[in-house]
Design a protein around this ligand. Structure first.
Ligand code: 5GP
Ligand code: ZN
Length: 114
């Protein structure tokens, strides 16, 4: 049995506020937003992390990039700027082992991150 919470969101077993969706990707609002705009974009198939991506995922990865562009336009952060974050592994604090791209925007973001 798959215990991955993001897979459950894909299967619509856990409700989320959807921002973008097609047959390969899902984008939804983060439950604990760290900025006025905080959206997660995920592949619908279970890819554990950025280190698991292979050439076979090229089409899906391009779709994720297109979705990020569309969401940045839709949420009106395309001109003000935004950040894409992918936490990988323990030191980065990756809490969910299903690849996800954070889109953060709507405020000035500090650099370097903590
Ligand atoms: P990570 O720390 O793995 O990079 O990010 C996981 C993200 O998933 C966190 O920002 C967290 O707030 C978000 N998250 C965890 N559980 C849920 C949930 O049930 N619903 C939504 N919408 N976001 C979640
Ligand atoms: Zn999953």
């Amino acid at each position: 049995m798959n215990e991955c919470i993001f897979c459950k969101m894909v299967e619509k077993k856990i409700p989320v506020e959807i921002v973008d969706e097609d047959e390969d990707i899902l984008a939804f609002k983060d439950i604990k937003p760290q900025a006025p705009i905080h959206v997660l974009v995920i592949p619908k198939i279970h890819i554990p992390s950025i280190t698991s991506i292979t050439k076979e995922h090229s089409r899906i990865m391009m779709k994720i990039i297109k979705s990020i562009q569309n969401i940045a336009k839709k949420t009106d952060i395309i001109d003000s700027g935004f950040r894409i974050v992918v936490n990988n592994g323990e030191n980065a604090g990756q809490a969910v082992d299903h690849l996800h791209f954070h889109i953060l925007g709507g405020r000035s973001l500090k650099w370097p991150p903590g």
